[in-house]
Each structure stands twice: as C-alpha cells, then as structure tokens.
Write a protein that binds this ligand. Structure first.
Ligand code: ADP
Length: 626
C-alpha cells in the first residue's frame, strides 16, 4: 500500500469513526446540534463509501453513483452551515443564497452531461470552497467568543473546516494542473487527514482530552472554593458557588437549590427572594435531582411552561442541571445552570456541570463538619459556663440567704414572744417560708456543683437504714406524716453512708412522693435486705411519670411533662443529686412508674454485715492464742 493510500485510509477511518460517535450521541440526546453533526458526517460517510471506496476497489461505478456522490459533496457546505447556525447567527440572506447555490449545483450535476465541463466544475468547487470557508470563519469567530472546552472544540472545528477548504482547493488545482497530479494528490490527502483529525478532536474528543480541557475551569473554581466552607453563612457559600459555576460555564446565571427535609422542597437559598422547587409538583425542572443524573433541557418555555416566569427572569431557554449528592448518597440539592441557547457541545458542558456539582457537594459536606465542630465546641462551652454559674451563683447566694433566714426566724421568735407587738406574723411566716425555699434551691445548686466535682459524699458511718427512715418520716410528719407508712425488715439493715447526705436522698424521695400524689393517698416506704444489698423503696399512688420521661428523670434539670410548673415548684435537680449521692455510695437508684397510677423509687446500697460482739470476742481470742 502506498503512502498516499495509507493517508487516505486513515482519514476515511477517522471520518467514519466521527460519524459513528455523533450518530450514537444523537440517538442518546437529540439536540439540533447533534442532529446537524450527524447529517454533516453522514454526508461525508456517503461520499467516502460511494465514490472513493468504489474507485479504490477499481469498480466501474454506474453513473448514478457519481451523481449521488457529487450531489452529496455539494451539500457539505450547506450542512456545515446548518451546524454553524446552531450556535451563532448566520444572516438569513446568506443561508438562502447557499440554499439556492445548492439547488443549482445539484441540478447541474443531475442534468448536465458527465463529466462536467471544466468551467462548470470549477464554478461548483468554487461555490463549495466559499461556503465551507465561510463556515470555518464562523467557527473561528465563535471560538473567540466562548471559553473553556467549547472554545477549544470550536477552534478545532474551525481548523478542520479550513483544512477541508484547502483540500477542495488542492483537489481543484490538481484537476486543473494535471502534470503535477501526484504532488497534488499527496497534499490533498494530507490536508484531508488533517481535516479529519481536527474534526475528530472537535466532534468526538476522547474523555481524557475533554477532562484535560476542563481542568483550567475546574482549577479556577477549586481555587476559590477551598476557603468557602469557612464563610460566615450558608447563603454566602451558595452565592460563591453559583458565581464560580456561571463563570466556569460562561453562562449568565447558575443557581443552587438545597434540599430542605422539613419542607420537602428544594430551596434556592442564594436568591434575594428565594424560590422553591417541589420535585413532586415540578418534576421537569427537578429532573436531575429525581433521577440523580445530569440533565439538559432545551426549549424550556415549551418543556416546562409552569416555570416560564422563572426562565424569563434568567433570560434562559436552556437548563443544564446536576444533582449535588454527598459521598454517602445523601441528596443535598441541585445545581442549575441557565443559558440563553442550547450548548453546542452538550455532553462536555453537562460533564462539567456534574464535576462542579460534585465539588459543591464536597464543600457542603465540609461545611457540615465545620458546623458540627462549632456546635460541639459551643455545647462544651455552655456546659462549662453552666458549671461555672452553678458554683459561683450558689456560693454568692448562700451567704445572704442564710442571713435572711436567720433574721426572719429571729423576727418570728420575737413576735411570738410578744404577740401584743404590732407585727405581721403571716407576713413573717411567708418571709421564712420563701427564704427557706430560696435557701433550699441554692443549696441544691451548690450540691450540683459539688457533685460534679465529685466531692458530695464525705465521712461514712455504719447505720441502720430503718433508723434513718424513721428519722426522715418523723421529720416529714410535719408535712404529711399521716400519709406515710413504713414497712421495715425486722432485722437491722446496716449500710455505710454519709448520714446527712443519705437523709437528703430519703427526704427528696419522700417529698416527691407526697408532692406528686393526692393529699388523701398513702405513701409506702419499705426497707429490706436481699442478696447482700440493702434495699429501700418509696411508693406513691400519684400522677406517675410518662414513659418518655422515665429514662431522663435522673438527668439534670429534667422535669416530667405531666408536671405543672406553677403548681409544683422545682428545678428538676433533686433526683439528679439523689442519684449522684447514691452512686458515690456505691449503690443504684431506679424507678418503676405507671403514668396516672403512681411511682415507686428504689435504692439499693451495699449492705454491711453487722459486727457481732460475740464473734469479735472469739476472733480476738484466736489472735491472742496464736
Ligand atoms: P423537682 O421535684 O424539683 O422537679 P426532682 O429531681 O426531685 O425535681 O424530680 C424531677 C422530676 O421527676 C419532677 O419534676 C417530676 O416530674 C418527676 N417526679 C419525681 N418524683 C415523682 C413522683 N413521685 N411522682 C411523679 N413524678 C415524679
């Protein structure tokens, strides 16, 4: 095979490959540009198959073959112009002139005797050269107006069309200057191959090439995106991403709509007056979100008339959109790019939109992590502040409040000693009561802060739990003693506890039982021993504790939802402190409660085996005799 043959075969293969690629693309996405690409390269394929191949195989083609091949060749300029019209404005007069030229040349080929006379053939080639040169110019002009991948592909298309023009000129010259035929043939074949290569790059670029072309846009976008997660608010991030996307695609407007799980809507949060997108009610505009694939919609007004107002606002006839989805398949939202006309290289642009949407997802995820970290820090800070508050507030309040209580008690005692004195006893009583209450609250706060520092329980002594219960019941007799019933084991139930602290636990449980149950109902306190544990329970027939509150009832500041704050004063600290004390004593506290029927609080403490004086004596004797 000669070098010339090789050149020609190579360019045919290139053109046929381009044809196959563009046809597949048209089947996949039938935009006008794709259709016109298919027609143009289809015409080239027809010419290759009909004329050149038959010539190479040394067949004598029937006359109709050269007529069809000639007519198809004449249509190349016109078909390329249709393609040019998809992305730039070709004056209608020029189009009409080309159409008339096409009709005349086809008529000449069909009706004039073959082969055509020299001047006629030259005229036809001149027409074709002029039209394709015009198309090459239009591609070049448009390349200078666009940027990124589109610009590079337009440049390649311009170069391909220029090479095609030159190929035709060379073919014409070759026919005219027959004595240099061989040289012209080789030049023509080389130009044909160059044209094929340029068209291949323009219309069927391999993925790696498209990616390489996209890199500068992506790099520019990422350069500005790196600092985005730290912007003060989500709206600023969204706006920056939108601006970056519009710049990367050379589109007038890009918008991000984020999924709001509470409203079940996509929200364009970057807008001054944010609009929403309901995937159920607006499935066309939200298609990329629904299908999770990049989507192109041309002729928007027709495809989605319901959103015509929005498209007018962005002066858009085409929408490119891609889902913004986090790595864990969590759907975050939708990236929408509004363009005034259909993209010439729709696939490249859609790929870029998806790449940018993926970057946006990474940025939103980083933002979420930044937010979460800030949240944790804020919570830790709040806890620290609360603890600081608890200890300092309790300390500051304890001293003056103790003063109030003491003073008020003195006044009360004086007034009681001398009833004739004009004193307000009920008022004084209230003073004592309120002061006492305040003091209790303050002591509670103080206990909480001590508890959290781990130092609430002090010196432990062995005591009989029954005695402690009796003492507590006795003290509570002032309140509701008649309501309290004790059921205690016959044997001593010895525990090692910090007495005042454990009394506090008992008092709290008993007071709660009285407080949260009807005034005529009984509260049963049981003391017993089981499996080496001292047990205590306080049972009431009161309001009970709702199931949802039960796991939280020993938490700080937690009060059950069935408690009316105005009727029952309280901070929700008593049980928290009680649990702290019991646990520091090595025990457990828990509850069983039926809402509306009553509650039973249980305390278990490690029991201490009471020292038997006889045993002790015999042990001492053994030691002495040893
Ligand atoms: P306070 O009584 O000051 O609210 P507590 O820590 O002692 O604080 O109790 C926490 C919450 O537990 C109460 O607000 C109440 O909702 C619930 N509670 C405690 N004891 C009982 C009980 N015996 N019956 C019903 N609810 C109770």
């Amino acid at each position: 095979m000669s070098g010339l043959d090789q050149l020609q075969y190579l360019s045919w293969i290139l053109f046929l490959v381009i044809f196959v690629v563009v046809v597949r693309r048209t089947i996949h996405r039938a935009t006008p540009a794709h259709l016109h690409m298919s027609l143009f390269f289809g015409a080239v394929a027809v010419i290759i198959v009909l004329s050149t191949v038959t010539a190479k195989l040394h067949l004598a083609p029937p006359p109709w073959v050269s007529v069809v091949a000639g007519a198809t060749a004449m249509s190349l300029g016109y078909l390329l112009m249709r393609l040019v019209r998809d992305f730039s404005d070709v004056p209608i007069l020029a189009l009409r002139a080309v159409e008339v030229g096409l009709v005349v040349s086809v008529a000449a080929i069909v009706f004039l005797p073959q082969p055509l006379a020299g001047p006629t053939a030259l005229l036809l080639v001149g027409y074709l050269v002029a039209v394709i040169a015009y198309d090459a110019l239009a591609f070049a002009r448009q390349a200078s107006r666009t940027h990124g991948v589109t610009m590079r592909r337009m440049q390649a298309a311009a170069a391909g069309s220029l090479a095609l023009t030159l190929t035709l000129i060379v073919a014409g010259l070759g026919a005219g200057l027959a004595n240099f035929a061989g040289m012209w043939d080789e030049l023509g074949a080389a130009l044909g191959l160059a044209s094929g290569a340029c068209y291949f790059v323009a219309f069927a670029p391999p993925t790696w090439l498209r990616r390489a072309w996209q890199e500068p846009e992506l790099r520019a976008f990422l350069a500005s995106a790196a600092s985005l997660p730290r912007l003060p608010d989500l709206r600023s991030i969204v706006r920056e991403l939108e601006a970056g996307t519009a710049a990367a695609l050379g589109a007038p407007a890009a918008r991000i709509a984020l999924w709001d799980p509470d409203a079940n809507l996509l929200q364009a949060v970057g807008e001054k007056d944010p609009w929403t997108l309901d995937p159920v009610a607006q499935p066309i505009m939200a298609r990329a979100y629904i299908t999770q694939r990049p989507t192109l919609i041309t002729d928007l007004a027709h495809a989605d008339p319901a959103n015509a107002g929005l498209f007018d606002k962005y002066n858009a006839r085409t929408l490119l959109s891609a889902p913004i989805t986090a790595s864990s398949a969590r759907r975050l939202g939708l990236l929408l790019v509004f363009a005034p006309r259909a993209p010439f290289f729709a696939n490249s642009d859609l790929e870029l939109v998806q790449l940018l949407a993926d970057q946006a997802a990474v940025i939103f995820e980083s933002r979420r992590l930044v937010d979460e970290a800030a949240h944790v820090a804020a919570r830790e800070e709040a806890t620290r502040l609360k603890e600081d508050f608890l200890s300092s507030a309790a300390h500051d309040l304890k001293t003056p409040l103790t003063g109030i209580v003491t003073q008020a008690q003195i006044l009360l005692r004086r007034a009681e000693r001398n009833p004739a004195a004009p004193q307000d006893l009920p008022g004084l009583n209230r003073l004592v009561e309120q002061s006492q209450r305040l003091k209790d609250l303050v002591l509670e706060l103080l206990d909480v802060s001590r508890l959290e520092q781990g130092g609430l329980v002090g010196q432990r002594d062995e005591v009989d739990l029954r005695t402690l219960v009796d003492a507590a019941v006795h003290a509570e007799a002032l309140w509701g003693g008649t309501r309290l019933k004790v059921d205690a084991a016959a044997e001593p139930v010895i525990v090692a506890v910090d007495k005042p602290r454990f009394e506090q636990v008992l008092t709290n449980l008993i007071e709660n039982a009285l407080k949260y149950s009807p005034h005529d109902s009984q509260v049963l306190i049981r003391v017993w021993q089981t499996n080496g544990e001292a047990r205590l329970s306080v049972q009431d027939r009161g309001i009970g504790i709702p199931l949802e509150d039960q796991p939280l009832i020993f938490e700080r500041f937690h009060r059950a939802r069935n408690v009316d704050d105005r009727r029952f004063a309280g901070l929700g600290l008593g049980l928290y402190i009680a649990r702290g004390i019991v646990e520091q004593l090595g025990g457990r506290i828990w509850l069983e409660s039926t809402p509306g029927a009553g509650s039973t609080f249980f305390v278990a403490l490690p029991s201490v085996v009471a020292a038997d004086p006889d045993t002790m004596l015999s042990e001492e004797m053994e030691v002495a005799s040893a």
